[in-house]
Design a protein around this ligand. Structure first.
Ligand code: FAD
Length: 242
């Protein structure tokens, strides 16, 4: 529910109060100018979480935005989010304003993007907005002694961001005109034993809708089963609040 009239947004909070968890901002780290890690603290005992699921915040009187925990500890009541501060809309601007001591409500968690523990290999595609997802799926894969591979399409100026969050990733630079062009080439170049291994993975495709579409098509072309691919657009050109 990205955007609602104020009175419906208020009603929604009442109606779904069981899914609304009051939290306080307990720590903030600017990892880079436009990359902000925010730690929320609260009672999350009734908010169980599967890695990959999303949460939502009300970012102003009428709008809600989705985010992915990079770290979630239900028992300790801790949830961390990596915010990409692109400054294009109210979600980004709300995240920019967050300060230690602020209170808000964490909605969820929920959603179809979930770690598939029955797979040995986990292939994550995304962009700046997917760093949190990469972090939490990496932790889940590590805990199960499974393998993960992140392929991130980033702006040139952000190519060092994965290392700021202790993440190993293959990086391609984004081009506005040809979404995922380089990522598709990387996939095409995976041959032999490497491809024989990774074609059995679960593929988690996130980030820009057009890039996801291009990567999905490339995977299907290479014989990956549709059931192995989970897609979740995090943003789309010209659209607000996915
Ligand atoms: C399931 C889900 C999980 C998400 N998890 C995270 C997360 O963990 N961290 C995070 O930072 N973001 C995450 N996002 C993306 C975040 O919700 C978007 O940044 C959000 O749409 C932007 O909200 P906004 O109000 O700032 O901009 P909007 O009002 O939604 O959009 C304004 C304009 O900005 C453009 N835009 C939006 N995002 C981007 C972008 N990344 N790059 C370029 N242009 C963009 C839109 O196309 C639109 O034209 C997630 C989104 C979804 C759907």
């Amino acid at each position: 529910m990205p955007s609602l009239p104020k009175w419906i947004a208020n009603g929604t909070e009442v109606l779904f109060s069981r899914m609304m968890h009051p939290v306080e901002v307990s720590q903030i780290d600017y990892l880079d100018d436009k990359l902000k890690r925010v730690r929320f603290f609260g009672d999350l005992r009734s908010a169980s979480y599967i890695p990959g699921q999303v949460i939502e915040f009300r970012v102003n009187e009428t709008e809600f935005r989705h985010y992915t925990p990079a770290h979630y500890d239900q028992e300790q009541g801790v949830c961390e989010v990596l915010f990409y501060l692109h400054d294009y809309g109210p979600g980004s601007q709300w995240a920019e304003r967050l300060q230690v001591g602020d209170t808000t409500k964490l909605m969820g968690p929920g959603g179809k993007m979930q770690f598939q523990s029955e797979y040995q290999y986990h292939f994550i595609f995304g962009d700046e907005s997917s760093l949190g997802l990469c972090r939490i799926l990496k932790s889940a894969a590590d805990a199960q002694h499974q393998e993960y591979l992140c392929l991130l399409e980033l702006a040139q100026a952000h190519c060092h961001w994965p290392s700021l969050v202790d993440l190993q990733a293959d990086i391609v630079t984004n081009t506005n005109q040809n979404p995922a062009q380089e990522a598709v080439r990387v996939l095409r170049d995976m041959q032999g034993k490497l491809w024989n291994t990774w074609q059995r993975a679960t593929f988690y495709l996130t980030g820009r809708a057009k890039s996801i579409q291009a990567v999905r098509q490339a995977l299907i072309k290479r014989g990956v089963g549709a059931k192995q691919i989970i897609t979740f657009p995090y943003w789309a050109d010209g659209k607000t609040g996915l």
